[in-house]
Ligand binder design. Structure first.
Ligand SMILES: NC(=O)c1ccc[n+]([C@@H]2O[C@H](COP(=O)([O-])OP(=O)(O)OC[C@H]3O[C@@H](n4cnc5c(N)ncnc54)[C@H](O)[C@@H]3O)[C@@H](O)[C@H]2O)c1
Length: 357
């Protein structure tokens, strides 16, 4: 089968990740890189092209797919230029800075007859995939709560990520992934309402903390929380935390870390209407928060998913050869952008926003 020949615009943090991933990827030939800052090309691997300009890359007949890994505010113009040159496109997330931009990008891609998809590889994060598998298995019973959280402790937002005009801020950065994961977790489910607290804790221009509550039509409330500046004196290896909490009427799942560890605490029958025993605690005597009757809880290990980010490009290869659909479809990315608009509106007004009725 013919190799897919990919060239990448932007040889910064993510450009280097793509270089590592695609340099020796079955079915893909990585052709080279362009960057508006020529010094960024100094360490491009031998054998790969270093283009003099984005235009040179986009018009190179050796290239059939352009992967855009430049700053967020560059995606719109670069996608349109690549489409007009007849190249298929993979764009980094967030696909665009606004729904209006995305509408135009999609229209031009369609007119030019090129494929257009977005790098949402975090759909293959093992922590997320494990959480999704737990939900899908039904083992927790009627699930009412899914909480996805990411915490950083050093307040380190850097480079262009601190500037609004460049598409900075954590909503555009991690928020896009975390929202995309929740929407991907529940196919066919509507987001009825959105409530959000969005803050600039230490950054002047951009958000660096958010809590988002999504009321879903499957009766789950999904909570997404990200903080970049939650101070801690934990050990070095705890400077970046990832957690999932899923709870239903038959069990609760705890999942911690990007290479997750976790457990399910489950009952074999509903724990409603058991006689509360009077128990003495540090808070005083309690009946509601005493221990459950002996023998009613079982702790089970979790089977951890083995998905990796390479799965994204495996799908890309198959989809490019027409063997399966592209994993990430543009209407899905539009829904994420619209949801982020609702998040911002709720953050601004302090009110719950109706989303999909
Ligand atoms: N999918 C993911 O997990 C993930 C992770 C990190 C970043 N990203 C995305 O990747 C993109 C790049 O982010 P980054 O963290 O690598 O930033 P970065 O600043 O490290 O790298 C961006 C590079 O693009 C270059 N650039 C900017 N505009 C350009 C243009 N018009 N033409 C050519 N080169 C241009 C810059 O000079 C820089 O070298 C962003 O859209 C970001 O959201 C995705």
């Amino acid at each position: 089968m013919e190799e897919i020949r990919i060239a990448v615009i932007g040889h910064g943090f993510m450009g280097h990740e793509h270089e590592k991933m695609l340099s020796d990827f079955p079915g893909i030939r990585l052709v080279g890189f362009a960057d508006r800052d020529p010094s960024q090309l100094d360490d491009v691997r031998p054998g790969l092209k270093r283009y003099e300009s984005d235009e040179a890359l986009i018009h190179d007949p050796d290239v059939d797919t352009v992967l855009i890994a430049a700053n967020n505010n560059q995606h719109h113009d670069l996608v349109i230029a690549a489409a007009k040159a007849g190249k298929n496109i993979i764009c980094e997330k967030p696909v665009a800075m606004s729904v209006a931009q995305l509408d135009e990008m999609e229209r031009v891609a369609k007119e030019c007859g090129v494929t257009f998809t977005v790098h949402h590889q975090r759909r293959f994060d093992p922590d997320f995939q494990t959480a999704k598998n737990i939900y899908d298995s039904g083992t927790l019973g009627d699930v009412y709560l899914v909480k996805s959280s990411v915490y950083g402790f050093n307040g380190n937002m850097h480079d262009w990520h601190v500037y609004k005009s460049e598409g900075g801020g954590m909503l555009y950065d991690w928020g896009v992934h975390l929202i995309d994961q929740i929407l991907w977790m529940f196919p066919g489910v509507k987001v009825q309402t959105v409530y959000a607290d969005v803050r600039n804790v230490i950054n002047k221009e951009v958000d660096d903390y958010f809590k988002i509550l999504l009321r879903l039509s499957n009766h789950v409330t999904a909570e997404i929380e990200l903080g970049t500046y939650l101070l801690t004196d934990k050990a070095q290896d705890k400077w970046f935390e990832r957690h999932w909490l899923l709870s239903g009427n038959r069990g609760t799942a705890y999942l911690d870390g990007f290479e997750p560890e976790g457990k399910i605490v489950r009952t074999t029958h509903l724990l409603t209407n058991v006689q509360g025993e009077r128990t003495m605690t540090a808070a005083g005597p309690t009946r509601s928060f005493g221990p459950p009757p002996a023998g009613t809880l079982v702790t089970e290990p979790i089977e951890i998913a083995t998905t990796t980010h390479a799965d994204y490009f495996k799908n890309y290869c198959k989809a490019a050869h027409g063997e399966e659909p592209f994993l990430v479809k543009i209407p899905e990315t539009r829904r994420v952008l619209k949801l982020m608009d609702a998040v911002r509106e709720s953050g601004r007004t302090g009110r719950t926003v109706d989303f999909e009725s």
